[in-house]
Design a protein around this ligand. Structure first.
Ligand SMILES: *Cc1c(COP(=O)(O)O)cnc(C)c1O
Length: 427
């Protein structure tokens, strides 16, 4: 389902014309659809239910880094979502948004002592540990604050996610996770530490995966390891397969989330039946992009048109600091005119005002536009606002969420004076 459709020739978010949003909140503005967010989360939750799982035997931990706005987190928390965080700051956001810390898992290769202590004080569900030195540090911090840290090891199953090298994380040469060959020895270390409780296993092999075959291959590798550990008396209670399911940006056809989960649960069920007397294991997911990516657009205004001999440029008021993905990954985002014109289209590069040649949002698009028109940069809900910066002392965009015919401002546009409020000159 797309919540962004033309009604009477104007692109709308649910029932609200984007022209009205630009008028009220200005541009650039990120616009999210609550219905899309809920629909996308439900595709995970419903598949868990359909496969006989309840809250004790499955957990969807939304990946906060994909879009960490409090309103987004709050909508998901109310639906029972858990959260996958990568910093103490993200934990504070989850708490501020009403999320349950007992449904929080903490990922990332470089957790600080302070972040570990904060997470322990809120008794989060699990730390996804990525190295032996991190295990020792966590043991030490947990001991100092008189707590026990539940952990899973992020194991690197060495499968090829067949995605962009910058967002592929499950191969040997990546910085993430414990090598598959070292996992057993690392679990033995974990099991020997007094303030560590071995709880599960996890992996995350990459992002924007269109096919679930690499994920099911990773699952097979995790299952093998769980059985090996079991034989040694190290019993795991959960299995976390990570996130990574892709979305449609252009012509991409990602696997349906429900179909992927049906296949995954079928494999898990067959395995538990054959080798664990049907004893359940909690299955967890860490989706980000597939929940929020297509639930958002970046609304921007055409400032100027520059028609040249070699190229035409549409200079818009959004830039690489607002949406970094094109500059960073050469990512493709759809561009739609908010009001449809009947005049002839010209071929444009859509670029921002930032002083970098890498500041482009879309290249070589046929658009029928005039100065002052509004454009929607599509599929911008994930890794859009969260990766934005203040480069060129540009305040971050406003964010709004649409719910039916209502619009809520969920983050104010940053004011330039706020951007240097923490700075000072020499005495
Ligand atoms: C980024 C990340 C995710 C989410 O990935 P998506 O591709 O957005 O689903 C999940 N788990 C970990 C550990 C991550 O770093």
């Amino acid at each position: 389902m797309s919540p962004f459709t033309y009604q009477n020739g104007v692109l709308c978010a649910e029932q609200v014309p984007l022209t009205a949003i630009a008028q009220q909140f200005g541009s650039p503005t990120y616009v999210y659809s609550k219905a899309a967010l809920m629909h996308n989360f439900s595709s995970y939750a419903d598949a868990c239910k359909r496969n006989g799982r309840d809250a004790s035997s499955s957990l969807v931990c939304y990946s906060v880094k994909s879009n960490s706005n409090l309103a987004v987190l709050n909508v998901l928390a109310k639906m029972g979502s858990g959260f996958d965080i990568v910093s103490g700051g993200e934990l504070l956001r989850v708490l501020a948004a009403g999320g349950d810390p007992r449904k929080v898992i903490f990922s990332g290769v470089g957790k600080s002592r302070e972040d570990m202590a904060l997470a322990l004080s809120h008794e989060i569900l699990c730390f996804n540990v990525e190295s032996i030195p991190e295990l020792h540090r966590l043991n030490e911090v947990a001991g100092a604050v008189g707590k026990t840290a539940r952990i899973s090891l992020r194991v690197n199953p060495n499968v090829d996610a067949k995605t962009h090298p910058y967002i592929s994380t499950g191969l040997k040469e990546n910085k993430f996770g414990v090598a598959y060959e070292d996992a057993l020895a690392t679990y033995r270390v974990a099991a020997s530490l007094p303030h560590i409780e071995v709880s599960g296993i996890d992996c995350h092999i990459g992002s924007q995966l269109l096919d679930d075959a690499p994920l099911l291959e990773a699952l097979d590798k995790l299952i093998e390891l769980i059985d090996t550990l079991d034989a040694e008396g190290i019993v795991l209670h959960h299995l976390d397969i990570g996130g990574g399911i892709g979305i449609t940006y252009d012509t991409d056809q990602p696997v349906a989330v429900g179909d992927y989960l049906d296949r995954l649960f079928a494999k898990v069920d067959a395995w538990r039946k054959a080798r664990h007397q049907d004893k359940p294991i909690k299955v967890m997911f860490e989706p980000g992009r597939s929940i929020v990516g297509n639930a958002g657009v970046l609304l921007t205004e055409v400032l100027y048109l520059k028609h040249g001999a070699a190229k035409n440029f549409a200079i818009v008021d959004a830039a690489m600091n607002d949406l970094m993905r094109p500059a960073m990954y050469e990512a493709w985002h759809g561009v739609q005119t908010v009001t449809q014109r009947t005049t002839a289209a010209l071929n444009y590069d859509v670029v921002g005002p930032v002083c970098e040649s890498g500041d482009w949002l879309a290249r070589s698009r046929d658009l029928a536009i005039e100065q002052g028109d509004l454009l929607a940069i599509m599929s911008a809900g994930a890794y859009g606002m969260t990766m934005s910066s203040n480069y060129n002392t540009r305040g971050r965009a406003a964010e709004v969420m649409v719910d039916g015919a209502q619009v809520f401002e969920i983050r104010q546009r940053e004011k330039p004076q706020d951007l240097f409020a923490l700075e000072s000159m020499l005495a």
